[in-house]
Design a protein. Structure first.
Length: 88
């Protein structure tokens, strides 16, 4: 499994990656989306990203940087072949 946190693909995704000063940790708010992967391609990605934007707006958080998210998805998917889901 690959993990991308704060612009970095982690060498060991089983190790801690969040700072105790992270806004989501100190305040308890945040948004996330999970995306199904089929044949190494994200499924319904546009719908997931639009929902992520709506969720951020609903909490008064900045809308995530779409280009940065797309770059992260490419980076994670390039590291391993995911025929279906995140196992492999």
């Amino acid at each position: 499994m690959q993990a991308w946190v704060n612009g970095v693909l982690l060498d060991d995704p089983s190790q801690p990656a969040l700072s105790t000063l992270d806004h989501g940790v100190t305040v308890g708010d945040g948004v996330f989306e999970t995306v199904k992967v089929v044949s190494n391609q994200p499924f319904a990605l546009t719908r997931h990203l639009e929902r992520l934007d709506r969720s951020a707006n609903g909490l008064g958080l900045p809308v995530p940087d779409r280009a940065r998210i797309l770059d992260a998805i490419k980076l994670v998917l390039a590291q391993q072949d995911y025929p279906l889901g995140g196992s492999g």
